[in-house]
Design a protein around this ligand. Sequence first.
Ligand code: C2E
Ligand code: CA
Ligand code: CA
Length: 663
Amino acid sequence: MSENETRVLVLDDDHDDAFLIEEAFDEVCGRKYAVSVFHTPNEALEVLKTQSFDAILCDYRLGAISGIDFLKAVRKMRIDTPVLLLTGMQSDAVDQEALAAGAADFIAKTELSGIVVDRAVRYAVANAARERLLRSVLDNASAGVVLLAKDGEPALWNPRYGVFASMLAGVEPDPDVPTARELVSALSRHTLNADTKDILVADHTLEKTVTPLERGEVLILLHDVTERVRALQERHEAQARVTHMAFHDTLTGLPNRAAFNNRLDDDVHEARRRHRLLAVLSIDLDSFKAINDLYGHAVGDAVLSATARQLKEAVGEGEFIARLGGDEFVAIAPISEDVEVPPLAMRLGEALERGVDLDGRHFSCGGSVGVAIYPHHGADREQLLNCADLAMYRSKRSGGGVCVFDSEMDNAVREIRRLSEDLKLAIEHKDIRVHFQPQTTVDTRELTGFEGLARWTLRDAPVSPGQFIPLAEKNGLIVPLGEHVLREACMAAVEWPFPAKVAVNLSPVQIARSDVANCVHTILLETGLPASRLELEVTETSLIEDRDRALHVLRHVKDLGVSVAMDDFGTGYSSLATLQAFPFDKIKLDRSFIAQVHEMHPSAAIVRAVVQLGLNLGMGVLAEGVETEEQVDFLKSVGCQEMQGYLIGRPAPEAVFPEKTAR
Ligand code: C2E
Ligand code: CA
Ligand code: CA
C-alpha cells in the first residue's frame, strides 16, 4: 500500500453489483485505488476494527439492514471515514435521512462509471479532510463555539462550549465527554438573552460574539475573559486606592489638603458663575496639644480620629470638610445672602464643644472656627483661606467659638505682610544696627559688659524691637537677623578699648531652627573675639518647645567657652525648674520686678529670694530696668551683683565707656 493509494472499502450484498463497482475503480486512470470488497456488514465492521480506509462505498440495501444502519454502526465505532451510499432509486426522504446520519454523498447505481466513483470519492475524501481539520480546530479552540440551527437548537459545538454549558448547569465539566444537548441549548439561550457583551457563568466572565449566518443559523463564540476582567478590576481598584490615598488623610479618613484645594477651587468657580455665596471655615482644636503631651501620641491620634468623625457628622449635604494636618481642619459650605454665621460653623462649634468619649474618658478640646465668605472677603482660594485663618486666630485669642472675618483684620495683616517684606530687605541690606546698653556692678558701678540690642529705622522712623522681633520669629527671618546682630556685636566688641563682655539675645526660634553652636563658633573665629567675652541671653521659652534639643545646643555653646544667661527671669511659668535643667552663668531678673521694689510690694521679697537662689546655685544675678537710685539702694541691700537700665545708660549706637574704666 503506497502513500498516494486511496483505500476504499466496498460493501454490497449483491456480488454482481460489487463486481461492477470494482470494475469502475479499475477504469480510473492516473490514480490508484486499493479496493476491498465485502458482502456482509459484519465482515466489513470486523475489518474496520483493525484497518483504516479513506472512503467507504456502501449499498443502500443490505438485506436485513439498510446502508444507513451500517453507517450508524460505523460512527458508533467512532470512525469518521466518509461513507458514500449507492442507491437504486431517487428518494428525497431517504436522502434526507442519510444526510442526517452523516452520509458523505450518493452514487446512483445506474450511473456507475470510473469518472463518477472517482469524482465522488475524491470529493468525499477532501471534504472529510477539511472536516477533520475544522474539528481539530474546534476541539482545541480556547473559545466555546456553538452553531445553532434555524430552530435555535445546537447543531454543532466544541468541547469548550460543553465545559461552559456544564458550568452554567453547575455540573462538573468534563472536556472529554460531549455535554448533553439540553445543557448546550440552555447556555445558548442564556447567552442570547443576556443583553450585555459579557455574560456571567458561575464565577466566570464570558465575552460573547453572536453572528447570524445565512439560512437562519447562528454562530456563537464565547471567550473566557475572567482573568482579563479580574486583572482590569485589580488595576482599577489599585488605581482607586492610590487616588484615595492621594486625596485622603490616613489617620482620619477625611479628605486632605489636596482634595480640599481642588474642591474649593471648583466651588469658588461655581459660586462665581451662579453669583452665590460660599463660606470657608478654618477650624483649630484649642487644647489638642495638651492632650497629646499629657496622654501621648496614641491617645492623641484616637482623640483626633474621634473628633474628625464627630465633625464629619455635622457636615450636611453639599458641604465639605477636610483635615489639613495636625489639629487643623477646613470646611466649605454654600450659604444664603441673609445669614451672618454659616449654620455649619455653629454645628462644628457645637460638635467640638461636646468633645469625645474614649475608653470611658471624656476629652473636650474645644475649638476655634474662623469664617471667610466668598466674594466679600476674597476672590480665590488663597485669599479666602487666609481670611478664614485670621478669623480663626482672632477667635482663639478670645477664647474659642465662631468668628467671622472682618476687613480690620485684613488691614492689619496687609500691614504685617508689608513690614515683613521691608524687614527682609533691611536684613539683606544690613540696615539692622546694633545698639549697646551698659551693664555694671551694683556696689561700685564698674562696667562689666554691654547688651547688644537690634535697632531698625524704616523710612526715618524707628521700629520697636517689640514689634519686629516677634514678627521675625514668626516668619523665620530671626535666623539671618540674629546672625547679623551677633556678627555686628562681636565685630564691635573686638574694637573696644576695654575687654568688656558683650551680651547678645538668642531667640528660641534660632535654637529650634538653626545650627546656633556652629554659627557662634564661626563668628568667633571670623571676628577673633575670645569666647569668654561673649554671653548669650536665652529666655525660658527656648527650653519649652524641644527641651532636649535646646539643652543640647546650649551645652554645645557653653563648651565653646561662651557664657549663657537666663533672660527675663520670673516671667516664664516654671523658671525654677528651668534653672535646674541647665547651668546658666547668670540670671537676668526681669525689669517688672525691679519697677515695683520701691513700694512695699511682694516683688521685693522675690528679688531677695532670687538673689539668694543665685548665690546657692553659683549663678550671678543681674537686675534689669534699673531707673532710680532707690532701686539701686534696694539691690545693694539684698546683695544683687549686677544691674542694667536707663539710670546707668540707655542703649546707644556705640558702646560708651566711662572716663575711668574699672580694672
Ligand atoms: P530684652 O532682652 O529684655 O532687652 C532689654 C530691653 O529693655 C530693651 O528693649 C531695652 O531697651 C529695654 N530697657 C533697658 N533698660 C531699661 C529701663 O531702665 N527701663 C525700661 N523701661 N526699659 C529698659 P528693646 O531694645 O526694645 O528690646 C526689647 C526686646 O526685644 C528685648 O528684650 C529682646 O527680647 C528683644 N530683642 C532686642 N534685640 C534683639 C536681638 O538682637 N535678638 C533677639 N533675639 N531679640 C532682641
Ligand atoms: Ca536680653
Ligand atoms: Ca531681658
